[in-house]
Design a protein around this ligand. Structure first.
Ligand SMILES: [Zn+2]
Length: 461
């Protein structure tokens, strides 16, 4: 299996430290707002990586943090804590707000069939580990204390920009404004490990006692502390969005390697952006969509998952509603073909099985894997082999193909009768009554899809 490693900037053969075990750390959400489809792209990408590792026989231990404190409005040290800011606007307690958006996050990742991590680690439940790591960095001389915060001293870590390949001078220009904030800071690129509950954070609600008085951790230290707690000082794979390279992951490497004296991560995997109609998603542009928005427009959540598989994970996706319509049609067609395949699937196709594995093992080439799937369905392989191979492929795609195929086969007579009655009512233009029947059918666990050919009945999956 081959993966592109951001650190070495090339595609490498994946060799875990302790096969068949693989330690996987993925940066989790900052739970201050509704997770949107751009965020979900990353979590689907992580899920694909995990599933590909599993079909290669690896035993994956997957850890993800949930940032419920400490992520400031900028990814660096500027501005307010995102959660506290939103909590004030919504007149909620910060912790209640964080739990609300965390629940929304998992509801959203569940509907796009992302497997849950083995460990979900909330930052507020790992303060002790972060304090210990900061103490270690202070003890080794990599960090220093000012009146307002504790900073990592980047001058002490010569390889600071090895992940981004940026020059430190370039980075300094980007953060220069910020030197004004804390006069005790030595270098503009130094980043906060701990904020003291004083000055601009005097009213910070979420705070913990520490050897340096009350305060709260910076954003970056949480990932290092949590990752090393569960996976040891060197991890096999760490993932994140491409936007995490120059600041968040750069800082994670510096503080982890300074503390342990060992390499922090073997393979760095980064997912590309999602643009909407060619633009960055934002609330002000009114192009900010959640998976609920997608479902409300009549699409399957899994059609969005399918759409993301059509672009390589490192390339940007330009999301359009037209693109999603095509993805939905393809998915409908796929379910339709699958429902006509025999229930007893046996014998995976050697040719198509190999081509599929070659594609997914070549730096997760999902667009290629999807086209291999369609070639299989058009091929002369027997129906039983097609079924078996398709279900095998879906271990990676995660499109619930088998469940959909089976669900549309055995619709109970009682439901079919109601569907017929509804059709009669519709012909008589009694739409109110027809809608009441639709609601009744949906409450019984079935979905109706009307198109030119008539009404399709599917079991809710
Ligand atoms: Zn992180």
């Amino acid at each position: 299996m081959k993966l592109y490693n951001t650190l070495t900037r090339d595609i490498q053969e994946f060799k875990p430290l302790d096969a068949p075990c693989v330690g996987l750390y993925t940066c989790g959400p900052t739970v201050y707002n509704y997770v949107h489809i751009g965020n979900l792209r990353k979590y689907i990408g992580d899920d694909i990586l995990k599933r590909v590792l599993k079909i290669n026989g690896y035993e994956v231990k997957h850890i993800m943090n949930v940032t419920d404190v400490g992520h400031l409005v900028s990814d660096a040290d500027e501005g307010e804590d995102k959660i506290e800011k939103m909590a004030r606007e919504k007149r909620m307690e910060p912790i209640d707000l964080a739990r609300f958006f965390e629940a929304y996050f998992f509801k959203s990742t569940d509907v796009v069939n992302v497997q849950r991590p083995d460990v979900v680690a909330r930052v507020t439940e790992h303060i002790k580990e972060q304090v210990e790591l900061i103490e270690k960095l202070l003890g080794k001389g990599f960090a220093y204390i000012t009146d307002q915060a504790i900073y990592f001293d980047v001058a002490k870590f010569p390889e600071y920009t090895k992940l981004s390949g940026q020059k430190l001078e370039e980075k300094e220009i980007g953060v220069r404004k910020e030197v004004v904030v804390d006069p005790g800071k030595r270098n503009p690129a130094d980043f906060a490990l701990w904020f003291k509950a004083c000055g601009r954070f005097a009213n910070h609600i979420m705070r913990w006692s520490s050897p340096w008085g009350e305060g709260f951790p910076g954003w970056h230290i949480e990932c290092s502390a949590i990752a090393m707690t569960y996976l040891g000082e060197t991890l096999d794979i760490h993932t994140g969005g491409i936007d995490h390279v120059p600041v968040h992951h750069t800082n994670e490497i510096a503080q982890s390697e300074a503390a342990s004296g060992k390499e922090f991560v073997k393979y760095w995997v980064h997912h590309g952006w999602l643009l909407v109609d060619g633009e960055k998603m934002s609330k002000s542009k009114k192009n900010f969509y959640t998976i609920d928005d997608v479902v409300k427009k009549g699409f399957d959540a899994l059609a969005y998952r399918y759409l993301t598989l059509l672009t390589h994970y490192r390339a940007p996706i330009n999301f359009t509603w037209k693109g999603l319509e095509s993805a939905q049609s393809a998915l409908d067609r796929l379910y339709e073909i699958a429902s006509a395949l025999p229930e007893e699937a046996e014998g995976v196709s050697v040719d198509y099985g190999h081509s599929f594995l070659d594609a997914v093992n070549n730096d997760l080439n999902m667009p290629e894997a999807i086209s291999v799937m369609w070639e299989l369905l058009r091929s002369k392989e027997s129906e039983k082999i097609k079924a078996a191979t398709l279900y095998e492929m879906d271990q990676v795609f995660g499109l619930k193909i088998r469940e959909h195929a089976q669900a549309s086969k055995n619709i109970p007579e009682e439901i079919m009768q109601l569907v017929k009655q509804r059709e009669i009512l519709r012909k008589q233009k009694k739409f109110g009554l027809a809608d009441q029947l639709r609601n009744k059918i949906e409450k019984m666990g079935y979905i109706l899809k009307d198109d030119k050919k008539g009404t399709k009945v599917l079991k809710k999956i």
